[in-house]
Write a protein that binds this ligand. Structure first.
Ligand code: HEM
Length: 282
């Protein structure tokens, strides 16, 4: 374990130093670099003094802190978003009506303005949220009580007891999501009048956890997932190769820290223009 951590730390430290050199040269690309932005924010904190100022005071302490930020972002953000997108693409294949609606929304948007346009993609936002309701990337989460406690509903928890919750089970409870809880219905997240996305309370939808230790990368995760989904769906059809996707026969899952699709999702990628030109020929 120690050896493995050392390998990862050294690799990431190389990235931190490379970003530092970019900043020192005042290179233009550093403006876009998340790491450089983080470093700049830390310099501002350090300039303000106080506890954080001391913490980031020495160049070595700052480098180590940035290294740990990168490692935790990768650990927290890579397997989670890829798990969500895998199930999302499968669910779209099993629900062609929803795939059509996502396609119509992303095709309407200009690619040059994606940053701004992503915010306006309410149906895509709803579809990704709905996919994570049925297949939450972190399906089970645990806490250990540090001291005797009483939960808001009156349940007693003694010091040292585990308190777990399953976002997977909660996402499939008729009491929380109604009789159609097993169906993939992005529309349930859209306001009836405006068609705008309406978020659910973390106590009902704990996919990003809730309270003071809730996910810090939620907004960034949505930007990444929407950008990838929009770029793919705009140009390609994604067709699972194993069997026609159907909600009655979902692929098996595999429990790791994240909810993986067993064996992964093998797909055939088809260019949309090919479909269109084939249609024109007919
Ligand atoms: C679909 C994608 C994601 C899901 C479902 C997700 C879910 C979660 C959950 C359930 C937790 C609570 C873990 C716990 O304390 O038991 C968490 C924490 C965290 N997440 Fe995410 N996450 C996602 C993406 C990301 C991304 C992209 C980043 C960073 C760029 C990120 C950064 C973090 C961090 C830093 C924490 C720790 C917060 C703390 O303990 O104060 N996450 N996430």
């Amino acid at each position: 374990m120690r050896e493995a951590v050392r390998v990862i730390d050294e690799y990431v430290m190389g990235m931190v130093e490379a970003a530092e050199q970019l900043r020192a040269r005042g290179a233009e690309e550093q403006e876009q670099h998340l790491l450089s932005r983080f470093a700049a924010a830390m310099d501002e904190e350090a300039a303000l003094g106080g506890e954080l100022g001391e913490m980031f005071g020495s160049p070595d302490a700052k480098r180590r802190f940035l290294r740990d930020v990168v490692v935790s972002f990768v650990l927290a953000g890579k397997d989670t978003t890829s798990s969500a997108l895998t199930w999302f693409f499968w669910l779209l294949a099993a629900n062609p009506r929803c795939e059509r609606r996502v396609y119509e929304e992303v095709a309407r948007c200009s690619e040059a303005e994606y940053d701004e346009e992503l915010k306006g993609m309410h149906y895509l936002h709803a579809a990704i949220t709905e996919a994570m309701r049925l297949y939450p990337p972190v399906p089970i989460n645990s806490r250990v009580a540090a001291a005797d406690d009483v939960l808001p509903d009156g349940t007693t928890v003694r010091a040292g007891w585990f308190a777990d919750y399953s976002a997977y089970a909660m996402g499939r409870m008729p009491r929380l999501w109604g009789p159609r809880c097993r169906e993939f219905l992005p529309e349930r997240w859209l306001d009836v009048d405006q068609g705008e996305f309406v978020a659910a309370d973390a106590a009902r939808y704990p996919v990003f956890h809730g309270g003071p230790r809730a996910c810090l990368g939620k907004e960034m995760a949505y930007v990444q997932m929407k950008a990838v989904a929009a770029a793919v769906i705009r140009r390609f059809r994604v067709e699972p190769v194993r069997a026609p996707a159907s909600m009655d026969a979902p692929p098996p899952y595999e429990m790791a820290v994240t909810l993986r699709m067993k064996g992964g999702l093998r797909v055939r990628i088809r260019r949309r223009e090919d479909d269109d030109s084939a249609r024109k020929c007919l």
